[in-house]
Ligand binder design. Structure first.
Ligand SMILES: Cc1ncc(COP(=O)(O)O)c(C=O)c1O
Length: 506
């Protein structure tokens, strides 16, 4: 046995631990850390949204791995000097990039408590498991999903989509794919979703062994919603040629424009075709809590599985994704494997509720639920509803500002909280506008004014504002419009000649 090679007498004469020798000293450093982060969050507005990590900071990450202890104060100083100043910026009131939430100060503290408890939710009869179960019940109630559904908190929307689609694939009747794999299903198993579907769905389909060719992308209409007629035709055609259509993915809030597919119609079609209905509601699922949007989002509650993030439009610190599955039995059947070391007991720690390991890929699983549980208690659902509604109103306000500005052009309908627009000049070709808008975006970032990101709509490069920011105010959007116009005008006044940019001189 290799353990015999260790001289245990020697090792045991000077036993060590990773706990501090001086608890009081660490406690006071801990207080300083809390003060630092509270002040940081409190004064974000006075700071640039983003600063490129300096050469010095980047070099600091090339240092050799420490073999001997360093002073904790020095380690903290290193964080203050090289890490914190170069944060991504998604905590800032003027960050609207990709779809990234802010987090909250109380959520940060909850994460500290969770980390201190260091609970592993994989299995066992302990409070953290009950907290997650309660959180799942609260979320089902909040979204209007059936209370007998199952669910699990995961790292994010990508993992939630993967989990939902894994259950869909494993639940194809008469296939027993978990046991037999795909080898005994020679017909192609096909999944349908719009061309606007997030790439995490394709990743899941590939990882599930179905192959990306099995993801049938259905074109969208002018509102970026899936074309129902083309979807029906594609399913029909595929059945006729011997394929097995088994799942429809609906979008509650597409990543590009925030558009919501006709979920109720998709639910009916899926039922009629005996197919699984999965909804990717990464952020848009929370439109379900806004009364004015109930009609648009109708059908979400009919899904067989729904994936969404709490770190996006519920403003929880990263990471916090979630998947709900209507049929708890199918969910468990998809992931449960009996193992002698995981058997539930009548009493003692292994006597807890069912293992979360039976409902997803992870066995070891952190206490993500605590920040969700504490945050929901801190604010109550009514406040979340108000701030989600506020984000939608802010997007509509930005849309209005864009429409009122002759220098700007709205590039897609604003369905929810995403606004796509660009700086416009009629003398410029589309290609030149693309280059100009990209330059505007990079300047916005480099000057730390605001973070919007980008996407391509057709062949147009657009500035894209995704508002899941509880810190933004109306004037921040006014300032954004002002900044974009100012930068765009400035570039054009410069002749926009900086050789790498547009050749044409205005
Ligand atoms: C519509 C949609 N689906 C899925 C995802 C993936 O979520 P995550 O980044 O949490 O993995 C995103 C991310 O922005 C998204 O917008």
């Amino acid at each position: 046995m290799s353990a015999n090679k260790i001289d245990f007498n020697k090792a045991l004469t000077s036993e060590e631990t990773l706990d501090p020798e001086n608890w009081d000293q660490l406690k006071s450093l801990g207080h300083e850390m809390v003060d630092t982060m509270m002040d940081y969050l409190r004064h974000l507005r006075d700071q640039p949204v983003w600063k490129k990590p300096t050469r010095e900071a980047r070099h600091s990450f090339n240092r050799a791995m420490p073999t001997e202890p360093q002073n904790r104060e020095d380690v903290f100083q290193d964080f203050l000097q090289h890490v914190l100043p170069f944060a991504k910026g998604n905590v800032h009131p003027k960050f609207w990039g990709w779809v990234e939430g802010n987090g909250t100060p109380f959520g940060m503290l909850a994460d500290m408590l969770a980390s201190g408890m260091n609970s592993n939710l994989g299995i066992g009869d302990h409070a953290a498991v009950y907290v997650e179960l309660q959180v799942l019940n609260w979320i089902k109630e909040f979204l209007g999903f059936p209370m007998d559904a199952s669910g699990i908190l995961v790292s994010g929307g990508s993992m939630a989509n993967f989990t939902g689609l894994a259950v869909a694939r494993n639940s194809i009747p008469d296939r027993d794919i978990r046991v037999k794999g795909l080898f005994e299903s020679p017909s192609r198993l096909t999944v349908y979703g719009s061309t606007e579907t997030h790439n995490s769905v394709q990743k899941a389909i590939e990882t599930l062994g179905l192959g990306s060719q099995s993801f049938i992308r259905i074109p969208v209409d002018k509102n970026y919603q899936i074309d129902m007629k083309l979807l029906r035709e594609a399913i029909d055609k595929d059945r006729k040629r011997g394929r097995i259509p088994f799942c429809i993915v609906g979008n509650a809030g597409t990543v590009n424009t925030g558009s919501i597919d006709p979920l109720a119609q998709l639910a009916v079609l899926a039922k009629k075709e005996n197919m699984w209905f999965h909804v990717d509601g990464a952020f848009g699922a929370f439109a379900a809590v806004v009364d004015e949007l109930k009609d648009e989002i109708k059908g979400l509650q009919e899904a067989d599985s729904v994936a969404f993030d709490l770190h996006k439009w519920m403003y929880m610190p990263y990471e916090a994704g979630c998947v709900l599955v209507r049929d708890k039995k199918l969910h468990r059947k998809s992931f449960h494997i009996a193992a002698p070391y995981l058997i539930s007991h009548e009493r003692g720690l292994p006597a807890g509720p069912e293992s979360f390991g039976d409902y997803g890929m992870q066995l070891s699983k952190g206490f993500t639920a605590l920040k969700v549980w504490m945050s929901l208690k801190e604010h109550g659902t009514e406040k979340y509803k108000r701030i989600i509604r506020q984000n939608i109103a802010q997007a509509a306000y930005l849309e209005q500002l864009v429409n009122q500005s002759p220098e700007l052009e709205l590039m897609a309908p604003v369905a929810l909280n995403i606004v796509c627009f660009r700086y416009m000049h009629e003398d410029l070709s589309n290609e030149e506008l693309n280059t100009l808008n990209k330059e505007i975006l990079m300047t916005l970032h480099e000057e730390g004014r605001a973070i919007t990101t980008y996407t391509m709509l057709g062949d147009a490069y657009v500035l894209r504002v995704a508002n899941v920011n509880h810190r933004s105010r109306k004037e921040d959007f006014m300032q954004l419009v002002h900044d974009v116009i100012e930068i765009g005008n400035g570039l054009l006044a410069d002749g926009f000649k900086r050789d790498r940019i547009i050749k044409r001189v205005i």
